[in-house]
Design a protein around this ligand. Structure first.
Ligand code: MLT
Ligand code: ZN
Length: 477
């Protein structure tokens, strides 16, 4: 039984093009594509299209454009801001990339991987590792997040501090534009100043300008030595001081530098089976430090021990544990990577993915904590994140026992309170998660005037009928 509202002529054309596994119309089959990972958004769609190649994707997009059907590109559906969920009208189709899963080439001379949009980040990382190389992007959702979505949102994550965001890693790109044309930017060049950087325009456009189908990703030699430590500290200022101490010795060795508050750590400890804090006593703040090098000598161990030894002696670090095996390293990373899941299990939460200059982080956390606690008594302020990039996930978990709906009804009040403090510190209300649909309402006050106007003009030029991921980034006008 088909549950679609698509015009019959379009349905027939799509069915001929994509075949039974490429076109889902039954509500039972499409439902999972209409709800986000956080279970905040529950939309509806007319169908899910699952093209298996760029060519089929381009033809499907052209058909939908001809019939004026809105399209919502979707990768692994791990957006934190509802960026890949259709609205409630049931008029849009979701275009899923999850059948475009080929890794075309890994080139050792160019240090690149050519990969289709639907390959998960984990599968791409594993393929690079199997060849003695590294894909230097790592995020908590890497088991399901897909390359296309990662580029569309310019994901950041744990290694940005050393290798940059997704946009720094993409040397080439292929995308289907809203009218079905294929934009081929698969050039693999480190230098190319021929006109506008369209590749960078597509990256971070959150699927509003086109659907990314293939990319060329810059790889790195795999690290042959790695040192990982979990440290307990008194507060975020101490975490920053520790970061500065490593940076002073060898900035290029810092592969990841993550912060976790005592509150967010306690949630992981209590709610995630198999996670246990390998330190004696709970602390107000933690740092997860990873150093990496393609050299196989023991210089990183010396660096780690020197910096931590001094920090312990100075009382900057109150306790620390070093991973002595790959298993222990993974156990430390598991504690960090389960933060989002633990907060989901703790009830309703409001995410504030913000960035401020490094020097402003302690002031931000102090002020925002006090403001949120005054706003909602009993609220659990559980910040953590990529402190080496100035990116804090200032997440707010509902008071125990509170009705989740009543908590979420105040989401704008909480987001505005946090954003107000971020603004006074010259920060951004979206560091790495994007605007999606959750934060569109903030755009006019943050990116108004000429900036939002230029963005709207670019959108109108490439997508005059507003068919590609409508309702995302831009506030309703
Ligand atoms: C992470 O770094 O784990 C995610 O970006 C965070 C989140 O849940 O806000
Ligand atoms: Zn993050």
């Amino acid at each position: 039984m088909s549950d679609t509202s698509l015009p019959p002529a379009l349905l027939t054309a799509l069915s001929d093009l994509l075949g039974p596994s490429g076109l889902l119309t039954d509500a039972g089959d499409t439902e999972a594509f209409c709800t986000d990972w956080r279970m905040l958004y529950h939309g509806r769609c007319a169908a899910v299209l699952r093209p298996a190649s760029t060519e089929d994707c381009a033809k499907a997009v052209a058909l939908c454009a001809e019939h004026g059907v809105p399209m919502v590109p979707q990768g692994g559906n791990t957006s934190m801001v509802g960026g890949a969920t259709p609205d409630n009208s049931g008029k849009a189709v979701v275009i899923s990339t999850n059948r475009m899963t080929r890794i075309h080439t890994i080139d050792h001379a160019d240090l690149t991987m050519t990969v289709e949009a639907g390959v998960t980040l984990k599968a791409a990382q594993d393929a690079a590792a199997a060849e003695g190389l590294m894909l230097p992007l790592s995020i908590s959702s890497e088991g399901s997040a897909e390359i296309g979505g990662i580029l569309a949102t310019n994901a950041g994550g744990n290694n940005t501090v050393r290798y940059g965001n997704a946009r720094e890693l993409a040397l080439g790109l292929e995308a289907v534009l809203p009218d079905g044309q294929v934009l081929n930017l698969m050039r693999r060049l480190r230098k190319d100043n021929t006109g506008y950087a369209l590749r960078q325009l597509l990256i971070g456009s959150e699927g509003t300008l086109g659907l990314i189908t293939t990319a060329i990703i810059q790889l790195q030699p795999a690290p042959r030595s790695r040192e990982t430590a979990l440290c307990a500290l008194a507060d975020p200022q101490a975490v920053l001081n520790l970061f500065a101490a490593f940076r002073k010795q060898d900035p290029a060795a810092i592969q990841a530098f993550e912060y976790m508050s005592g509150t967010s750590m306690a949630l992981v400890n209590n709610l995630i089976e198999g996670a246990s804090l390998p330190l004696e006593t709970p602390a107000p703040a933690y740092a997860l430090v990873e150093l990496g090098s393609p050299r196989a000598d023991d210089s990183l161990r010396t660096l780690m021990e020197d910096v931590l030894g001094q920090a312990l002696e100075d009382g900057l670090v109150t306790d620390a544990v070093l991973a002595e095996s790959e298993g222990q390293r993974q156990a430390l990373w598991m504690i960090r990577e389960e933060h989002a899941e633990a907060q989901k299990r703790a009830g309703a939460s409001v995410k504030n993915d913000v960035s401020v200059p490094l020097s402003a982080i302690p002031e931000f956390i102090t002020k925002a904590t006090a403001a949120c606690e005054a706003l909602i008594p009993g609220i659990r302020v559980a910040p953590f994140g990529h402190i080496g990039d100035g990116n804090i996930h200032f997440n707010l978990v509902q008071p125990e026992g509170m009705d989740p709906k009543a908590f979420l009804a105040q989401d704008h009040a909480m987001m505005d309170t946090v954003a107000g403090i971020v603004r006074t510190l010259d920060g951004s209300f979206s560091a790495e998660h994007g605007v999606g649909q959750l934060k569109t309402y903030m755009m006019p006050s943050w990116r108004g005037g000429a900036e939002l106007d230029a963005m709207r003009k670019i959108k109108a030029a490439l997508d005059p009928k507003n068919l590609m991921n409508p309702g995302k980034i831009f506030p309703e006008s």
